[in-house]
Design a protein around this ligand. Structure first.
Ligand SMILES: CC(C)(COP(=O)(O)OP(=O)(O)OC[C@H]1O[C@@H](n2cnc3c(N)ncnc32)[C@H](O)[C@@H]1OP(=O)(O)O)[C@@H](O)C(=O)NCCC(=O)NCCS
Length: 153
């Protein structure tokens, strides 16, 4: 039978404390640092969903909405939102968490990861079980991004 996994089976949350070494010249969190953390979370999510080695094929719609500063607590949440035959789209949302636990969204990105078989070639991934309206909305967005990628070549 075709393998299927739930979105919740591969969700990942990771936390970072913004240190001085993470800042750019303007005293804000360096965008490249955040991109590394985002890529790591996306890779972990895709590894959990596929249970294979994976590689990052592309990053779509990476949006820096707000800055972050020294001593801010950064929370990254990643989940699979769409799967093709061998690819998985992972949405990563990044928040700054205040002392009272409230979170402000500072970044949102969609990363396409591709599963690699033992021969290092793209390999088929499990199907995704969609359970909520939100899951179905995200899936439709994944289909649209795929169409746009095909359009842009
Ligand atoms: C990603 C990669 C494995 C795809 O290999 P390929 O020979 O193009 O394989 P295919 O044409 O069979 O495509 C495999 C899947 O990748 C997807 N894909 C390929 N290029 C893509 C891109 N730029 N963006 C999004 N998805 C992409 C295809 O749509 C396909 O998905 P599907 O099976 O779900 O339909 C290959 O391009 C690669 O190794 N790239 C470098 C990855 C890397 O080193 N990343 C780290 C960056 S430092």
């Amino acid at each position: 039978m075709e393998e299927r996994r739930r979105i919740s089976d591969s969700k990942v949350e990771s936390l970072h404390l913004v240190r001085m070494t993470h800042l750019n010249g303007a005293g804000r969190l360096f965008g490249g640092m955040l991109m590394q953390w985002i890529d790591e979370v996306a890779a972990l999510v895709a590894k959990k969903h596929s249970r294979m080695n994976i590689t990052t094929a592309s990053i779509d719609h990476l949006q820096f909405l707000r800055g972050a500063f020294q001593n801010d607590v950064i929370v990254l949440q990643g989940k699979v939102t769409y799967v093709g035959r061998t690819s998985m789209d992972v949405k990563v949302e990044t928040y700054v968490e205040d002392r009272d636990g409230s979170r402000t969204l500072i970044n949102c990105a969609y990363i396409t990861e591709v599963a690699l078989g033992k021969d290092g070639k793209p390999a088929e991934v499990p199907r995704l079980i969609l359970e909520t309206e939100e899951d179905r909305r995200e899936w439709a967005k994944g289909e649209r991004r795929r169409e746009l990628r095909a359009f842009h070549g």
